[in-house]
Structure formats: C-alpha cells, structure tokens
Design a protein around this ligand. Structure first.
Ligand SMILES: [Zn+2]
Length: 246
C-alpha cells in the first residue's frame, strides 16, 4: 500500500454507493488522479468540503489494489464565489472539461495546476474581464501542452510587427500584412497579436497583466478558442452553454 500527500484541485466529481464520491483531482506532480472518497457525501463527513468541485486541498492519499483513496483533505481554498455567477461557474467548469480531455497521463502538472488556480482566483475576484481570463487559459494551456504558436515574427519574411497581422489557427503561424495577403487566415489588429504574445511569453506572475478594449477582447477570444479546438481536435461541450449566457 502506497501512501502519499499531494496538493490538488478537484476538477470533476461523481457519486457512487450510498454516500461516497469519486474525485478527479488535478495534482501538482501526478497529472490527474481518480480517487475514491468514502462517505464524502455525508454532511458530517470530514471529507465533505474537500471533496467538492474546485476545492484546492492537500490530500492524504493511499493506494490499494491500484485504486486511490482519500484519507484526509486539508482545505486551502474552495473558491466559493464562483457559485455566485452562472457565467463564472460555467467558465470554471469549462476549464476543468478542457483539462480532463487534454491533459496527458503522468505528466508534470505543476504549471497546469497553477494556471487553473490563477484563473479561478481571477474569476472569483471579478477584477478582470471574463473573456480575458478565458483567452489566457486557452492559449497558455495549448502552449503548455506543446502547441506554442509561433508568434515571434512573420513566418515568411521575419517582420516583427505590422499594423495588422494574419494568424493561422490551423498551424499557429503568423504572417505580416503583405505576406499573408493570399491566405484565408484572419487578419488581426496589432494589439490582439501583442496580447497573444503576452499570454504565451510572459512569466506566470504577469500573465493577466494586460488589457484590451472589449471589441478586441472578443476578437482575441474567437482566435484563442479556435486555436485550442484545432490543437486538440476537440469541441468542448460547456462552451455552447457559455455562449448562451453572453
Ligand atoms: Zn512577412
């Protein structure tokens, strides 16, 4: 029987038995683990809060016959404020859906966990536009998963920036306004390209430190979402619902 402690966020739950739960936990160093939380649905259970969606805890885990079990859950943050807005809640669930569908097994997952924690934190604080948080998540997670777009300069002539540039969501390449003339890639104003560069290249501490007017934020959002869907060849169910909330 292996025992270990791990920090992680609950990104999916399902019920089983009379009062038990199965948790999918995005951990700091073991990717996503699936673990059994015995009795966690009981209101008096010591696992009750720690076994809820978005709970960020230090989990004491043991493994028996290839199944993980939660012994203790010491809560660090529960992101309660997410539940006060349907839009924020849906977006948070979308982030979890993306992670569940795309994160490889047994990957070093520290940066994924930090990205999710930061996004949930900013959603709760409501100090950044929801679409900014969504774009940061989408473009950064694609980069973390090995699909970093090539945003340094025009892929054809090396020009660093022109007033508008083309970004091809199929291959992640940038073309300047002259080289991209005959492509079908969307033409984006420079501030959108600058924001994309910021999301991809900045340090974790500064990743949310930019702003864009709403109309450009919407353009950025269309691109980051399409790029993410192309990278993983997936559609995400919760986005359809999120779109109806706007
Ligand atoms: Zn060029």
């Amino acid at each position: 029987m292996e025992k270990f402690n791990v920090d992680g966020i609950v990104i999916k739950t399902s019920v089983t038995g009379e009062s038990d739960k199965i948790l999918w936990i995005l951990t700091r160093n073991r990717g996503i683990i699936r673990a059994f939380a015995k009795g966690a649905r009981g209101t008096k259970s010591r696992l009750h809060s720690g076994a809820s969606l978005f709970a960020f805890c230090s989990f004491a885990v043991y493994e028996k016959n290839d199944v993980f079990h939660i012994n203790e859950a010491e809560i660090k943050e529960i992101f309660f404020e997410l539940r006060t807005s349907i839009e924020n809640l849906t977006l948070a669930q979308y982030f979890c859906e993306v992670l569940l569908k795309t994160l490889p097994e047994n990957v070093v997952s520290d940066e994924y966990m930090r990205l999710l924690l930061n996004c949930l934190y900013f959603l709760c604080k409501e100090k950044k536009p929801v679409l900014l948080i969504k774009s940061v998540f989408e473009l950064r997670i694609a980069s973390l998963a090995g699909y970093m777009p090539s945003l340094v300069a025009c892929d054809n002539c090396g020009e660093f920036e022109s007033e508008e540039m083309f970004f091809n969501c199929e291959n992640g390449l940038l073309l300047c306004s002259s080289c991209g003339k005959n492509t079908e890639a969307p033409l984006l104003p420079l501030p959108v390209i600058t924001a994309m560069r910021h999301i991809v290249f900045s340090s974790f501490e500064k990743i949310f430190s930019f702003s864009l007017p709403e109309e450009l934020l919407e353009k950025l959002n269309i691109i980051t979402q399409k790029y993410l869907e192309n990278c993983f060849q997936q559609k995400f169910r919760l986005l359809d619902y999120f779109d109806t909330l706007k």
